[in-house]
Design a protein around this ligand. Structure first.
Ligand SMILES: [Zn+2]
Length: 236
């Protein structure tokens, strides 16, 4: 299984690893990686892998397939073989923008007191879907609350907790905006500020909410009787 370096440090922009295998479609599996794979509504990273001989393979995205983390090359890239040592670099501008958006989505979660039914993080636009029931969402109110939390510059941190620790802290589970998955032995919790947001998340985030920068709710869409889609854009 690939060692997921981005789980420990989302700010690492390059690393060295070894090709573990190459699948029949040319997808590259490494022993370790900083490339985030598409999951939790956040797109996988793109970037480049370079061999010691100077061969460059441009990676278009990173996914999880058949239980492996697969670096998917763009079209017409040179083929790599197992055991080749590579230096990998992610497209940091792209990733950092996704980290800012992803962290902003946690803040939206903390502001809207409704269950999340879906979501997608994007470079220019992100969205979260809520089962609102009778609750009414106001675009300007959410925008104001969001920017207040961003300006307050709350620290963002991740910690691992075991299923046993979760079971012995029912209050912790109660304060989470999303119920943690159980059964894998441990869960990664993402914490923003002191009580701003706490929920299980394996994604990449900025270190402080101030790093997100100004954002705006561009629109709230009606997606059925109980469902509303909150769309967020950067407001710079
Ligand atoms: Zn997250």
């Amino acid at each position: 299984m690939t060692d997921l370096l981005f789980r420990e440090d989302a700010y690492q922009t390059d690393f060295e690893g070894t090709v573990a295998s190459v699948n029949e479609r040319g997808g590259i599996v490494l022993d370790r990686t900083i490339f985030y794979y598409t999951s939790g509504g956040q797109p996988g990273d793109k970037g480049v892998l370079k061999t010691e001989d100077g061969v460059e393979v441009r990676i278009g995205t990173t996914i999880r397939a058949d239980g492996e983390i697969v670096h998917v090359p763009e079209e017409d890239q040179p083929a790599l073989t197992a055991e080749t040592k590579v230096r990998g670099m992610i497209d940091w501008e792209n990733r950092h923008q996704l980290m800012r958006m992803h962290t902003a989505m946690h803040l939206v979660c903390s502001i809207v007191p409704c269950g999340v039914t879906g979501g997608q993080v994007g470079i220019d636009k992100s969205r979260l879907d809520f089962d609102v029931g009778e609750y009414t969402l106001d675009k300007d109110e959410i925008t104001a609350k969001l920017n207040a939390l961003i300006q307050e510059d709350h620290p963002v941190s991740a910690q691992w907790i075991t299923d046993a620790e979760l079971d012995s802290n029912p209050d912790l589970v109660r304060t989470m905006s999303v119920q943690p998955p159980r059964g894998s032995g441990k869960v990664r919790l993402l914490k923003i500020g002191d009580g701003v947001d706490l929920q299980p998340c394996g994604g990449t985030h900025v270190r402080r909410t101030g790093e997100i920068g100004p954002v705006r709710v561009s629109k709230i869409e009606n997606k059925g009787k109980r469902n509303r889609r909150v769309n967020i854009v950067f407001d710079a």
